[in-house]
Design a protein around this ligand. Structure first.
Ligand code: NI
Length: 136
């Protein structure tokens, strides 16, 4: 198996807020991330697929096709958006990167080109923190 990773970028605003809790409890649990008036990140998204190189092209996947799927299904929906308010697949979820990476996986999976399998999505929020999801 060969693993191929495509990297894309987006920036977006969010806040971590649980509507079931008081403002005080949200501040206690989420700290600055609960700031009512939002904050933003420059996200980096790593999408890894796996497969065997095609004998005719030598490619595991047409990277352009993969890029179009990522742009249409994910980047266009997240870039320059408010994750809490503007993104249908994050509705009624806490906008943590853990929930976001699962949402991105579910968005992408049906559109992954034939012949490869979605292996991992890595979502980098800051230089100090990222998540990886393998669909488990
Ligand atoms: Ni944040």
């Amino acid at each position: 198996m060969v693993y191929l990773t495509r990297v894309e970028h987006f920036n977006a605003a969010h806040k971590l807020f649980n509507p079931k809790w008081s403002v005080e409890k949200n501040k206690e649990v989420f700290g600055k991330c609960a700031n009512e008036n939002w904050h933003g990140h420059n996200f980096e998204l790593y999408v890894t697929v796996k497969g065997r190189p095609d004998p005719d092209t030598g490619f595991v996947v047409d990277a352009k096709k993969l890029s179009v799927v990522i742009k249409e299904e994910v980047i266009d929906k997240l870039d320059h958006r408010n994750l809490n308010m503007d993104v249908d697949f994050m509705k009624d979820k806490i906008c943590s990167i853990e929930n976001l990476v699962e949402g991105i996986w579910n968005q992408l999976k049906p559109g992954i080109p034939a012949g490869v399998e979605l292996h991992c999505i890595k979502l980098v929020e800051t230089p100090k923190i990222f998540v990886e999801y393998y669909g488990e």
